[in-house]
Design a protein around this ligand. Structure first.
Ligand code: NAD
Ligand code: UFG
Length: 341
């Protein structure tokens, strides 16, 4: 199949491109490089052992998207192209609503005009909101979100479900990611956040490599076994494999389906720090600070539906996630910039 990856130069998109090509599919990447760089595309091609067609374009640009769909007979779109920083979304809500909703509408319109039959969407566990009990299961209702980023995901799911209801020829697969970490085992591609990392794993890795002095753990008085928050961390390559299954499922299915992509096992912030130290043989200095606003004490996935319907299950362990993150970080201490600049 020919799969168009909107936002495919980013962290999850780049790993998905490699796994799709390893499974025998062809990919086209469309990215405006607002949170990534062309070097990532070069490395995808290097890992895949064949060239990758990439377009520098804004997915909100309908004329550009129509031209790309007219030039290529795309079978499926994966929509990764979003702004994703929770804190920034509180400060810049309009930018988040504009970019995330507009990319989705533009893709759906351009797909309809060009007869592209299926779309896989990067959603998030955040749509379960603050009220649902865990483990989260797909049949639970959307909850209320604590920030505009989360609301964009919730709204985009609604838009995609409505589009599938109205168009019997359209297949929509909504993938709710839990907490992706790790990197390709080669150390050639990985997560490369701009500025100070918001998320735990890239921060831990940057402390270990000497780019940051210490980690602040946001709260150690939660009602969890060690007092720190617990999350369902999933290896990004397992997540990428979930996309391969989702694309193949979408080809033989119509309507909208939702899948959690998680491991079903939570780890605490302290467990992550200690696992990282073990796997990198580096010490990670940390101190406890106040809770971060909007954080939930813990949540994790019920991942049974993806296993039953997609035949997908996360296989990699926490040690794999830490080892591969460290390989990427130690080989690329400044991210992609160390080679591209
Ligand atoms: P990322 O920022 O690394 O990748 C997103 C890519 O989209 C970037 O390459 C960026 O340049 C591109 N992009 C953004 N807006 C664009 C636009 N208008 N036109 C063209 N390209 C555009 O993020 P990621 O971690 O790979 O996440 C991918 C998707 O998964 C996002 O939608 C994100 O919200 C979602 N998600 C991520 C996580 C996570 O923890 N990483 C969790 C749940 C959901
Ligand atoms: N944490 C720290 N210190 C840090 C960074 C994070 O203690 O410097 C803690 C947080 O307080 C939280 C845990 O590490 O308890 C995980 O935090 P992340 O920011 O790594 O992940 P979140 O669970 O907050 O959010 C992530 C994505 C969201 C997505 C959500 C659910 O950033 O986009 O997972 O999928 F919505």
């Amino acid at each position: 199949m020919l799969v168009l990856l909107a936002g495919g130069a980013g962290y999850i998109g780049s790993h998905t491109a490699v796994e799709l090509m390893a499974a025998g599919h062809d990919v086209i990447i469309v990215d405006n490089y607002s949170n990534s760089c062309p070097e990532a595309v070069e490395r995808i091609a290097e890992l895949a052992g064949r060239p990758v067609q990439a377009y520098e374009a804004d997915v909100k640009d309908k004329a550009a998207m129509l031209a790309i769909f007219q030039q290529n007979k795309v079978d499926c779109v994966i929509h990764f192209a979003g702004l994703k920083a929770v804190g920034e979304s509180v400060r810049k809500p309009l930018e988040y609503y504009r970019n995330n909703i507009d990319t989705t509408l533009t893709l759906l319109e351009a797909m309809r005009e060009c007869g592209v039959p299926s779309i896989v969407f990067s959603s998030s566990a955040t749509v379960y909101g603050e009220e649902n009990p865990y483990p989260y299961i797909e049949t639970m209702p959307h909850g209320s979100c604590s920030n505009p980023y989360g609301w964009t995901k919730s709204m985009m799911e609604q838009i995609l479900e409505d589009a599938a209801k109205a168009d019997p020829g359209l297949s929509v697969v909504l993938l709710r990611y839990f907490n992706p970490i790790g990197a390709h085992a080669s150390g050639r591609i990985g997560e490369d956040p701009q500025g100070v990392p918001n998320n735990l794993m890239p921060y831990v890795a940057q402390v270990a490599v000497g780019r940051r002095d210490h980690l602040t753990i946001f709260g150690n008085d939660y009602p969890t076994p060690d007092g720190t928050c617990r999350r369902d961390h999933i290896h990004v390559v397992d997540l990428a494999d979930g996309h391969v299954k989702a694309v193949e499922y979408a080809a033989s299915h119509k309507g909208a389906e939702v899948f959690n992509l998680g491991t079903g096992t939570p780890y605490s912030v302290l467990e992550i720090v200690h696992a990282f130290e073990r796997n990198s043989e580096k010490s990670v200095k940390f101190e406890f600070g106040p809770r971060r606003e909007g954080d939930l004490a813990e949540f994790w996935a019920n991942a049974d539906k993806a296993a039953a319907v997609l035949g997908w299950k996360a296989e990699r362990t926490l040690d794999d996630m830490c080892r591969d993150t460290w390989k990427w970080q130690s080989m690329n201490p400044q991210g992609y910039r160390s080679e591209s600049e």
